[in-house]
Design a protein around this ligand. Structure first.
Ligand code: NAP
Length: 244
């Protein structure tokens, strides 16, 4: 229960869905978790819930597309935690579904790419220097099986996640010499708002009973951040056992 005791972790997109489950799992293993997202009220609620269970967390409102929000987060970590960041989970994500690329608005395209790709770039740009100074760390990027396959009526989302894969494997090569593992988790359909919106947009049944649960993705993240120091699992692909 205390494998991550004394570790400091950031989880983006912690206000709901997969990020919420990841935050919970890391806190249960003893980490102090900084909960990031835009919805301050939900972050407060989660921080209070974790603390009421004797776990350690704080909330930090952060829009991952805004460099100034990342800089404020880094300043807080330097001030209150002596810059000792161990784990960064880049989970925040957005997507627009239901329209072919040629009917996708520039606004939807930009929001998707900015959240899923620029947000991770900014996270690594801001936080990797802290990890380098500390002698190592773990960065886990939540991609998707959409990063491996075509996504009809979801090209912007697919492009962001294929791009995230390229970003991740390249940053991994850059950072491994600093004892930092950059890995990706590629979930299949997981029962959250995002997949339900996607299914509805494509007029597909939104039955969640066969889907992965957010806790399944959290389990994969825990596997990555609790590896022995010499081991580097660089990618995990997760499918529901039976097709939803
Ligand atoms: P979700 O329930 O819609 O949650 C998305 C999270 O991202 C929310 O906490 C949201 O918080 C946060 N977020 C969105 N834009 C943000 C921004 N600009 N700045 C900060 N936070 C932002 O979706 P989910 O399924 O849990 O998705 C989590 C990750 O898993 C995403 O990267 C998604 O692409 C990936 N994924 C999901 C599935 C699936 O089937 N569900 C499959 C593969 C991969 P706020 O709105 O409070 O900011």
């Amino acid at each position: 229960m205390s494998q991550l005791q004394g570790k400091l972790a950031i989880v983006t997109g912690a206000s709901r869905g997969i990020g919420r489950a990841i935050a919970h799992s890391l806190a249960q293993l003893g980490a102090h978790v900084i909960l990031c997202a835009r919805d301050t009220a939900k972050l407060h609620q989660l921080a209070d819930e974790l603390k009421s269970q004797g776990l350690s967390a704080e909330n930090a409102t952060c829009d991952v597309t805004r460099p100034q929000d990342w800089e404020a987060l880094a300043a807080g970590i330097k001030q209150r935690h002596h810059g000792k960041l161990d784990i960064l989970i880049n989970n925040a994500g957005d997507g627009v579904f239901g329209k072919p690329l040629h009917e996708t608005s520039l606004e939807d395209w930009t929001r998707t790419i900015d959240t899923n790709l620029k947000g991770v770039y900014l996270g690594i740009k801001t936080m990797a220097p802290l990890m380098i100074a500390n002698g190592g760390g773990d960065i886990v990027n939540i991609a998707s099986l959409a990063a491996k396959n075509p996504v009809k009526n979801g090209a912007a989302y697919a492009a962001s996640k294929w791009g995230l894969n390229g970003l991740s494997v390249s940053a991994a090569e850059e950072l491994r010499e600093y004892n930092i593992r950059v890995s990706t988790v590629c979930p299949g359909s997981t029962a959250t708002n995002l997949i339900l919106d996607m299914r509805r947009a494509n007029s597909k049944d939104a039955d969640t009973s066969r889907m992965l649960q957010p806790s399944d993705i959290a389990h994969a993240v825990v596997t990555l951040v609790t590896q022995a120091p010499q081991s580097f699992i660089s990618e995990l692909l997760i499918r529901p056992t039976r097709k939803p």
